[in-house]
Every structure is written in C-alpha cells, then in structure tokens.
Design a protein around this ligand. Structure first.
Ligand SMILES: C[S@@+](CC[C@H](N)C(=O)[O-])C[C@H]1O[C@@H](n2cnc3c(N)ncnc32)[C@H](O)[C@@H]1O
Length: 213
C-alpha cells in the first residue's frame, strides 16, 4: 500500500494512505493531538507508580515516544504493549522526524513480541497482530484507542472489542480516543465504561474518555 509522509499544522509529520484516504494523525497537529488525547487526558490522569498501557494501533510509535518522555519526566515505570497489524518499514519510520531522534530510533529498534526498555522508565512490547482477534493482556491501567476512523475501518470499533478491553482493565483504568462519535460512545458505555466527552484537540470539538469505576 502506498504511504505518504505529510507535515501537519504543528510542524510534526504524519502518514497518509491515499488508497484509504486516511491519515495516521490529525492534520491540525500530530504531536498536539497525541499529547492532548493520550498523554494529557489518559496517561497523566493515572496516579500509580507503575502503569500498564495498551495501545490499539502502534503505527508510527508517536504515542510511545510521548509516553516514554512523560514517564521519564514523572519517574514512573511503564509497561507498554503496542498492537499493530501492519508494522511500518524502516524506510518510512527513519524519515519521521519527531525530534527525540535517539529515543524514537530505540522504539523502532526494539525486538517485537517481547518487553524491551526504550529508556530508563518505559518497557515496550510491540506485537504484530490483528487486535480484533487478540487475547489482550490483563491488568491494563490505560488504553490508547488509536485505530483508523470508524467510517474508514468500521470493523475496528465494536461493542465486543470494547467489552474485551473493559474486561482486561484494572479498576480505576481509563481508555481514551480521538473519536467523538455518538455511536462509539454508546458502544463504550455498553461495554461497561463510564464515558465522558472532553474537549478535543485543535480542530476537533470533542474526544472520548471511558473509565472503569
Ligand atoms: C490511526 S493509525 C494510528 C497509529 C499510531 N497510534 C500512531 O500514532 O502512529 C491506526 C493504526 O492501527 C493499525 N491497525 C489497523 N487495523 C488494525 C488491526 N486490526 N489490528 C492491529 N492494528 C491495526 C494501523 O495499521 C495503524 O498503524
């Protein structure tokens, strides 16, 4: 599949899939969106000394990068599992300039299918799998739901999938997503989450966060 690198409004790059007419991040700012949806609304709300993160759609590794920086900032140990069906080739990831070059390189150089440190605080396990059929690890505190949009990839958003994620989470856990659709909010609620609509990142009015009470 053809992949293009594009620059978003905050100067950070994202990927565009012309055949699908879909971006990996918001064109209004890739880093801005990731920080807002996953770090500020998700990771930073979890007040534990050790945090287990599950990411649906590892992609470029941008969410790992921002999480590893925040983990180091707060000196918190993180075990991060990133699920990805279509790992990107080095020809693409080598050209993504997210500034923290050596950390970003470490994220892409760790072996798949096992936990490896990317800095002093974050242990990353990248798993090549279809998350629709995957047996999620349990005891997740934070889930980053970063699949392609429901109108582009409807089968990546289902009550069954959200139900299995809910069952994999610790009490007090949280799931965040850039998506704000009412149908997705209802699916999350049906799965057991207590769902809030929060202010979205630049260019988007709202986003969703589900809590495990
Ligand atoms: C919107 S992109 C975001 C990727 C990533 N979080 C990032 O910041 O670059 C969605 C990602 O989900 C992956 N994906 C799509 N369907 C999947 C599936 N069924 N199982 C696992 N990964 C999937 C895509 O390949 C893509 O990398």
């Amino acid at each position: 599949m053809k992949i293009e690198i594009q620059t978003t409004a905050d100067g950070s790059p994202t990927l565009f899939l012309p055949e699908m007419d879909e971006h990996y991040h918001s064109v209004n700012g890739a880093i801005r969106e990731s920080r807002h949806v996953y770090i500020e609304a998700g990771f930073k709300q979890c007040r534990k000394a050790e945090i287990h993160v599950l990411e649906m759609g590892f992609g470029t590794g941008l969410n790992v990068l921002l999480t590893a920086l925040e983990a180091a900032n707060q000196k918190i140990k993180v075990f991060y599992t990133g699920l990805e069906k279509f790992p990107l080739p080095p020809e693409i990831t080598d050209r993504l300039n997210y500034s923290e070059t050596s950390l970003f390189r470490a994220i892409h150089q760790t072996e798949w299918e096992k936990f490896e440190p990317v800095n002093l605080y974050l242990y990353l396990k990248k798993i090549q799998t279809d998350f629709k059929n995957f047996n999620f690890p349990d005891k997740n505190d934070i889930v980053y739901y970063d699949a392609f949009a429901p109108d582009k990839q409807p089968d990546a958003w289902s009550p069954e999938l959200f139900g299995r994620i809910f069952s994999s989470m610790n009490p007090g856990g949280m799931i965040t997503t850039y998506c704000a659709k009412g149908s997705i909010r209802r699916m999350m609620r049906q799965a057991g989450f207590t769902v809030e609509r929060l202010q979205g990142p630049p260019g988007k009015r709202e986003m969703l966060r589900g809590k495990v009470l």
